[in-house]
Ligand binder design. Structure first.
Ligand SMILES: Cc1cc2nc3c(=O)[nH]c(=O)nc-3n(C[C@H](O)[C@H](O)[C@H](O)COP(=O)(O)O)c2cc1C
Length: 175
């Protein structure tokens, strides 16, 4: 069977090259609003998004992520003009899953409106540093919030990468 949702799930790719031009507010709001409909454990809607479009703050999170990576020579967010940081409170048993569902929903929403995105890792360690905790406090995030991941978001530069073939034996059906 085929439909637009199945198609978006299959054509989405991790995008690692972005045009410098900023996405429109309408595009951003479409992706964010879709994210608010992601499922969450006990329907608690526990995850929180912080959108970075500010140049100075972008430089700061690029450096912070690079420091965790151990390589500050490249941009781990691939120069995307928008980065959505996702947090969730560790006192909820499903906080990693909640944040992960949110990130996936954001990625598929981005794909469905023609935007490129890439899930980026290491936000947990970034926001466990003193610098990270200060930023979280500035943004009004409670200390129990943990970085789950981030989404680089923007217009795709160049061609989408070719996907790897799906591996054999991905699922087992027991009837
Ligand atoms: C939990 C998770 C963490 C990821 N972290 C990164 C990352 O830090 N940097 C990156 O370039 N891609 C990252 N990715 C993207 C994956 O590398 C990408 O999804 C994978 O190579 C498959 O490619 P596709 O998304 O185009 O199918 C991450 C994906 C997931 C699900």
């Amino acid at each position: 069977m085929a439909n637009e949702v199945i198609s978006a799930l299959m054509t989405r790719r991790a995008i690692r090259a972005f045009k410098p031009e900023q996405i429109t507010d309408e595009e951003l709001m479409t992706v964010l609003e879709a994210g608010t409909w992601a499922p969450s454990g006990r329907g608690m809607q526990s995850a929180q998004m912080v959108v970075v479009q500010n140049e100075e703050l972008m430089k700061q999170i690029v450096r912070m992520n690079g420091e965790v990576l151990g390589d500050t020579s490249r941009n781990p967010y691939y120069g995307a003009p928008t980065v959505i940081l996702v947090f969730a409170p560790e006192d909820r048993t499903t906080y990693v899953e909640d944040g992960s569902c949110l990130l996936d929903t954001l990625m598929v929403a981005a794909e469905s409106i023609g935007l490129g995105s890439c899930w980026i890792h290491r936000e947990r360690q970034m926001f466990e540093t003193e610098e990270g905790k200060q930023l979280m406090a500035q943004w009004g995030l409670a200390p129990e919030m943990k970085g789950i991941g981030a989404l680089s978001l923007g217009y795709i530069e160049g061609e989408k990468p070719e996907p790897k073939p799906r591996r054999e034996g991905y699922y087992t059906i027991i009837k």
